[in-house]
Write a protein that binds this ligand. Structure first.
Ligand code: PRP
Ligand code: URA
Length: 209
């Protein structure tokens, strides 16, 4: 089983509580999602490989670590995953960015794909797959299926809030990937919304309601 990390950092928890608040408006919601993504990225990328390189400081020459080799791609699940991209790119500005467009059918809750464009050489990249919400898990499972079909097997899925149902489904469907969650919530309601959750992440990021 791949690693699952529920991030319990107080800064992340504090910002998620602000996100949940129904009075938090679009502008603040966007800023918070980006900040949370950056904090989560810091944790999710802690195992990036480094190599020692020579550096001359004003005092001495030394061999010191720098990131080595690993090519990254950030592939948000549209729309809501877009809100997390800039936070991650602040940590790894040269990462390539792909997009997977999925929407959930309102009645069946099944994901439907409407767009996909991935960076070249995806099979050799470490893919960070952000989406704020992991509800039934259908969207994340389909996105991972798709990336794997393209030959990539190094995937870190990152969500702000997960439902236990979605987390279990994703772990079962893709036991090899790493999963990072800002918070594990209580359950899904009859409309497959996360409880207590934060509502519709895409609508809150883009102000569409
Ligand atoms: C939301 C969310 C996830 C999905 C999670 O997107 O951003 O992609 O639902 O639900 P699931 O785990 O049950 O699949 P939505 O389909 O509402 O599209 P949007 O981002 O365009 O609003
Ligand atoms: N998608 C969302 O945006 N929110 C939920 O609670 C579930 C799916």
């Amino acid at each position: 089983m791949g690693k699952t990390v529920i991030l319990d950092h107080p800064l992340i928890q504090h910002k998620i509580t602000l996100l949940r608040d129904e009075n938090t408006g679009t502008r603040d919601f966007r800023i918070l999602v980006e900040e949370i993504a950056m904090l989560m990225g810091y944790e999710a990328l802690r195992d990036l490989p480094t190599e020692l390189v020579p550096v001359r400081t004003p005092v001495a020459e030394a061999m010191e670590p720098m990131l080595s080799g690993k090519k990254l791609a950030v592939v948000p699940i549209l729309r809501a995953g877009l809100g997390m991209v800039d936070g991650i790119l602040r940590l790894v500005p040269s990462a390539k960015v792909g997009h997977i467009g999925l929407y959930r059918d309102e009645v069946t809750h099944e994901p439907h794909e409407y767009y996909c464009k991935l960076p070249g050489g995806i099979e050799d990249r470490l893919v960070i797959l952000p989406d704020p919400m992991l509800a039934t898990g259908g969207s994340a499972i389909q996105a991972v299926d798709f990336i794997k079909e393209k030959g990539c097997n190094q995937i870190k899925f990152m969500c702000v809030i997960a439902a236990p149902e979605g987390l279990k489904a994703l772990q079962k469907a893709h036991p090899d990937i790493e999963i990072y969650c800002g918070c594990l919530d209580d359950h899904l309601n009859e409309d497959a919304y996360i409880v207590p959750g934060l509502g519709d992440a895409g609508d809150r990021i883009f102000g569409t309601k």
